[in-house]
Every structure is written in C-alpha cells, then in structure tokens.
Design a protein around this ligand. Structure first.
Ligand code: ADP
Ligand code: MG
Length: 341
C-alpha cells in the first residue's frame, strides 16, 4: 500500500483527514471536531464545552529554560484559553502526565504548584487525570471542561461582512521570547560558564513561559452585553487564526498593518534580532490572545477598552484576505502558522 507522509498533510490537513471518518451518534453532540472546543447539549439551555491540549517536551517546551512551575501554569492556561475562545466559563480540568525517572517527586511538585496556581487564577477544579511513565521525555495532556448558555456560545463561524475584527493584548511577544531563550541556550551550550543575559527581555520571556488565558476580556464583554459574532484564540499566529475564522464564516478579510498591536519590548528585541515585527505579529505563535469579530453596532461599547485593538474588517470571500501595508499597498495575507510537525 502507498505510504503518505504526515508532512504532506500537515497538522490541519491531518485533522481534516481524520475527521472525515468521525460521525457523532448523539444529538447532544452539538459540535464535535472543528472549533476550539466541542459543544455538548445539557438540555437545560446550557452546554458543556470540552477541549484538550497536549504539551510534549522537545516540541512545545524545552526544559533547558522552562521552569516546571511555569509549565504547569501554562498547561492549564492554554486549555482555559480554548474555553475563552468559545465565550464560555471554565470549570474543571483533568491532568494526564507521562514522566520518566529523570524527574524527582520535587520536580512533579513544582509542576503541580503551577497547575494549582492556574487553577486558582481561572477558578477551575482539578478533578482527575492519569499518570504513566515515559521514555521520551515529559508529556502533559490536559482536558478542560467549561459551560456556557447555549445561545451565547461563540463559534469560529458566524461572522458577517463588515464585522470589525478585534484582537486582545499584543502579538508576537511569545515568539520573540522564544528567540531570546534559544539564543541564550546556544551561548550556554557553547560555554556553560556563561550565564544567560535575560535583563531587558522579561516581558517577552514571560509571555512565552507563562501565558495568560484572556478570561478577563470574556467577562468584560459579557458585562457590556457584547456578544462576538465569531472567535478563536491565537495559538498558531494571527494570520493562521484569521484563515480559520474566514474559512468557517465563508468570508474574506482586510487587516491593517499599522493597527497590529506590538509591545515596545517586542519591537525593540526584534529589531536587535533583525526580525520583522509585522512578520512576528502575523505568524508568531503561542500568544494566546483572543481574535474575534463584532457587529459594527457594538463598536461604541468597547472602543475605549485598552485591552482591545481593532485591526480590520470582514469582507466577502471573493475579495480575498488582504493586508493593507503602511506604504498603502494591499497584499495577499499569507498564513505560515506555527508548524510543530
Ligand atoms: P486548538 O488550536 O484550538 O487547540 P486544534 O487546531 O488543535 O485546535 O484542533 C482543531 C480541532 O480538531 C478541534 O476541534 C480538536 O478537538 C480537533 N482535533 C485535533 N486533533 C484531533 C485528533 N487527533 N482527533 C480528533 N480530533 C482532533
Ligand atoms: Mg484554540
């Protein structure tokens, strides 16, 4: 039989391929594969949201520069982020770990200190998991459960033409933090007497090692009575996530280069590293900010919110996906994404 390499499909292609054989059997399964979380009907006007994210040593984190406590925090935060992306409220998590004997009980304690801290911050209960040994490094698998009112779930689909595209926080910082840490790791590996120089890079490093799920923004929008028309969290990079929203909503989009939020330390560090900040903002992964669309009529309610940036608008699919450059040109947006495979 012919052999197809995984890289021919890529991560998203593989998920599409697998999902073709999967057919939910229960009417309660309102949505299975294809969004940030599955949506399960509780029958009382509420839905359960459920999602899983896997963190694998050497792929998603490097223990040379990732403190276990931060890693535990991040494992929870990135899962909560997927519940935020459905406009839901996280409630419980299950934590599975595969560990080798290079880890001590104290190490696992440190990991769980971070887990506990995040569970406190996001008000979720750790209700179970699984523990096994590993020969290939540390693996952390977290499943998160959340709830939402059935009518208030926000999907990747649902945006309309002329809806305003919003993004929270700032972009490209986690990618920048990764570049700094990789640089220092190479210096250290070449000469172990050299201590890493991480002063002036605290913000970008923290953004990589200890990302936050933007539940604060979800609660704020709910309070203001703003229901986004579509939403996704930014794990793979803005451009890639915009492609998901456009595909799900069967639309195109236009975004403005000069509206992309980039923090000053990110900008400064990228300048030093000779990396284009716009490329980092569009394609750098792991920011875990929220990308969503709102009706024009809701703009007044949130226009002064300092956490929110209005970067463009949705348009018909026939107009494509465009980036308006600072120089006044309109170019095709490319989604390079954040490729793990
Ligand atoms: P996110 O970046 O929000 O975590 P992913 O891109 O990982 O989302 O996943 C997209 C969708 O595909 C989700 O609905 C997820 O549950 C589903 N999915 C991912 N991997 C698998 C798999 N191996 N089997 C079944 N469904 C999967
Ligand atoms: Mg997601």
């Amino acid at each position: 039989m012919a052999r197809t390499e995984l890289k021919q499909l890529g991560e998203f292609g593989l998920i599409d391929h697998l999902s073709q054989r999967i057919h939910p059997q229960h009417p309660e399964t309102l949505l299975g594969i294809g969004d940030d979380a599955a949506v399960l009907d509780q029958g009382n006007g509420l839905v359960t949201l459920v999602s899983k994210d896997l963190l694998v040593e050497g792929i998603h984190f490097d223990l040379h520069y990732t403190p276990l406590k931060h890693l535990g925090y991040k494992a929870i935060a990135v899962n909560v982020s997927d519940i935020a992306a459905m406009f839901g409220t996280p409630k419980q998590v299950l934590v599975g770990i595969a560990v080798s004997n290079v880890f001590s009980v104290e190490d696992i304690d440190a990991l769980y200190e971070g887990v506990e801290l995040a569970c406190g911050d996001y008000k979720v209960d750790l209700v179970g998991g699984d523990t096994t040994s590993s020969k290939i490094g540390l693996v952390i698998s977290v499943t998160v459960l959340g709830i939402a009112k059935k009518e208030e779930v926000v999907y990747r689909k649902g945006a309309s033409e002329n809806d305003i595209i919003c993004v929270t926080g700032d972009l490209g910082a986690a990618f920048t933090g990764l570049q700094v840490l990789e640089r220092e790791k190479q210096v250290f590996l070449a000469n172990s007497d050299m201590q890493p120089e991480l002063e002036h890079y605290e913000y970008v490093i923290e953004r990589l090692l200890k990302p936050k799920a933007r539940m604060d923004v979800v609660y704020e929008l709910k309070e203001l009575g703003v229901l986004p028309t579509s939403m996704i969290d930014i794990s793979d990079g803005l451009a890639s996530e915009l492609f998901h929203l456009c595909r799900a909503s069967q639309l195109g989009c236009a975004i403005f280069e000069d509206k992309l939020p980039i923090d000053s330390q990110t900008d400064q560090t990228l300048l030093e590293l000779s990396i284009d900040p716009i490329t980092a903002a569009l394609n750098g992964g792991e920011d875990y900010e929220l990308l969503f669309t709102i009706r024009q009529g809701d703009f007044e309610k949130i226009k002064n919110n300092p956490h929110l940036h209005f970067i463009g608008y949705m348009m018909s699919a026939t107009k494509g996906k465009k980036l308006a450059t600072k120089g006044g040109n309109s170019i095709d947006l490319k989604a390079q994404g954040w490729v793990h495979m």
